[in-house]
Design a protein around this ligand. Structure first.
Ligand SMILES: [Zn+2]
Ligand SMILES: [Zn+2]
Length: 195
């Protein structure tokens, strides 16, 4: 058998994992139900928190972030095969940005629809070895937690239900977080308060 070095398998993206969980959660629960669509946040969206008004809105969109614990694997370093560096790390400040809008929207045929749209983005962190930006990955339970929290947040903000509890907020004492290598810190969304 050839023992060529294996290139890491292409993993499903966070969006590909969260999307089916999202529809399962939202369709199972009235009244938030079927009206909502989840999309990737377009790359041209300015995600800087400072752009928002005091209601956390920009235009028609309402913004929020979710903080969780994630793992990062730098594929560039893994492919380079250098063995004396560890191209993986975990971070208690893995940040997911959501924005939501409920109202009329026009499809490509000019037809108007009333519905809810949610867009998401997982902020990246920069590899210490090669400076590549790497997007965090969650474990199964944390993906479920994000979706459950998102459902509660939508029910709260758009349907007036109480918000039972907030997402994992990270440990403020975490000294290992490198704010200058964190996209969420740069955009003003990271829960990290250290310096
Ligand atoms: Zn790297
Ligand atoms: Zn950060």
């Amino acid at each position: 058998m050839a023992t060529n070095q294996q290139v890491p398998q292409q993993c499903p993206t966070n969006f590909q994992i969260i999307e089916p969980l999202f529809y399962r959660e939202f369709e199972a629960t009235d009244p938030v139900g079927l009206e909502w669509t989840l999309e990737r946040m377009p790359r041209n969206v300015n995600t800087k928190r400072i752009k928002l008004d005091k209601n956390q809105m920009s235009g028609k969109w309402l913004y929020t972030s979710y903080n969780t614990n994630g793992k990062f694997r730098c594929l560039r370093c893994m492919k380079s095969g250098v063995t004396d560096i560890d191209p993986t790390w975990s971070s208690a400040y893995t940040t997911i940005l959501f924005r939501a809008y409920y109202g009329p929207d026009t499809d490509e045929n000019g037809q108007q629809w009333i519905g809810g749209w949610i867009q998401m983005k997982v902020f990246a962190q920069q590899c210490k070895n090669c400076d590549e930006y790497v997007t965090g990955e969650l474990d199964d339970q944390k993906y479920h937690n994000v979706v459950k929290w998102l459902h509660q947040w939508i029910a709260h903000k758009f349907y007036g239900y109480p918000l039972p509890r907030f997402g994992y907020r990270g440990r403020r004492s975490d000294r290992h977080h490198l704010g200058n290598r964190c996209e969420a810190c740069e955009a003003g969304w990271c829960h990290y308060r250290g310096k």
